[in-house]
Design a protein around this ligand. Structure first.
Ligand SMILES: Cc1ncc(COP(=O)(O)O)c(C=O)c1O
Length: 398
């Protein structure tokens, strides 16, 4: 636990109203993020949108450096996007596939990514294959190694899936991808903000992430990283005159940096909020945040496991701060609503968000509770007590 947890909690106005355990959905923004954004919007209303952007240009520009610092990249390898999905799509749809090309992914791949694989497979004749898991339920790097051949044109996996605490061995996958010179696209949406991210250690070529989850940034913000060597070879699936200036009547020239994946119009208040959220996390320290997330989610798992009828569905030996569980005889939505009435925010992870994993493990809709460093053990105990009360109440009814 942090020594300055009181300050961090005081920076989080939302905790006065709710016990917020939906950080894998959207975390509570800290006050500096909120103030940067509202200040920016106020200024837009006072002097005009273009004028505010010009005035704030150095601060807006610094957001690229903040993202780069967060993930160990260079600023010219960063594109800012409106969410993680657009970031991921820009990378994925830039790649060319032909019949028989193989796309390798993991069992708990996120729905948005998987439907894009299916679409590209339908259009091009490429095939999508799932890398087997190890005994702990994580992607098995040795199984991946055995799958590699000349037809593997992409490895694209989710590091921390949306439906539980599983942490896939993203760096081991990167080592194999690099060894065989296969492009590697990593969905780090649920990892950024809750654990250190270093693209050099991960050896990924492309990485997508969102602002609103564990980073505690605003909704409608995200980013894409593309390694410089690959960047120059990728033509975005869609361009405008920002991504590719119109240099002659019959010609455009793609920007040399990752901003070729952006377009002209943006929500600058959200970008600024993203930058402040990243600086805020880096000031606290990603190692400290990761340790705290592990402690709190471990505490939550222990508390829930003691409740009769509760089954945890997390996989992996060292799970992240996404705790998913079912309660025998109770619908996940009913538990979510019951908790909401007690002022406790959780979410529901539906099978269709990770369909391969849900089918393989026969998972129903799961309650998803995702603590963050600003939560307290007391909040977690209150949540577990409320789950217990809901279960006991339902049993007494019938
Ligand atoms: C693993 C994973 N990838 C991608 C996304 C999509 O992120 P966004 O909604 O910012 O596009 C999510 C959102 O829940 C996610 O959990």
């Amino acid at each position: 636990m942090f020594t300055d947890i009181d300050r961090l909690r005081a920076d989080t106005p939302g905790i006065a109203h709710r016990i917020h355990l939906n950080n894998a959905g959207a975390a509570l923004m800290p006050r500096p993020v909120l103030e940067a954004m509202t200040g920016y919007l106020t200024r837009e209303s006072e002097i005009g949108g273009y004028e505010t952007a010009a005035e704030a240009a150095p601060r807006l520009d610094a957001v690229y450096a903040s993202v780069a610092r967060l993930i160990g990249a260079s600023r010219d390898e960063i594109a800012l996007t409106e969410n993680a999905t657009v970031a991921w799509q820009m990378a994925f749809y830039s790649l060319a596939f032909k019949p028989g090309d193989r796309i390798l992914t993991a069992r708990a791949e996120y729905a948005a990514n998987y439907v894009a694989f299916l679409q590209v497979a339908k259009r091009t004749g490429a095939v999508v294959e799932v890398i087997p898991d190890d005994a702990d339920g994580r992607l098995d790097p040795e199984a991946l190694r055995r799958m590699i051949d000349d037809r593997v044109k992409l490895i694209a996996i989710t590091w921390v899936p949306t439906n539980g605490g599983l942490v896939n061995p993203a760096a081991a996958v990167g080592a194999i991808a690099r060894e065989h010179n296969i492009p590697y696209l990593l969905d780090a949406c649920q990892a950024v903000g809750q654990m250190p991210v270093d693209v050099e250690a991960l050896q990924c070529d492309m990485l997508s992430a969102t602002g609103r989850k564990f980073l505690r940034g605003p909704r409608g913000s995200g980013f894409l990283y593309v390694r410089r060597e690959l960047l120059e070879r990728l033509e975005p699936p869609m361009i405008d005159h920002f991504a590719a200036p119109w240099v002659a009547t019959d010609r455009y020239e793609l920007r040399p940096d990752a901003r070729r994946f952006e377009n002209w119009e943006n929500n600058y208040a959200a970008r600024l909020g993203l930058g402040v959220a990243i600086d805020y996390a880096l000031d606290i320290g990603m190692e400290a945040i990761a340790a705290c997330c592990r402690d709190l989610s471990g505490h939550m798992r222990q508390a829930l496991a003691r409740i009769p009828g509760v089954t945890l569905h997390d996989l992996g030996p060292d799970p992240a701060a996404i705790v998913t569980f079912s309660v025998s005889g109770h619908d996940a939505n009913a538990i979510k609503e019951g908790l909401a009435k007690a002022g406790i925010n959780v979410s529901v992870s539906v099978p269709a968000s990770t369909l391969l994993d849900a089918e393989a493990r026969h998972l129903p809709a799961l309650v998803r509770a995702s603590p963050h460093y600003y939560n307290s053990s007391d909040e977690i105990d209150r949540m577990a007590a409320e789950v217990q009360r809901l279960v006991a109440f339902a049993s007494s009814q019938g």
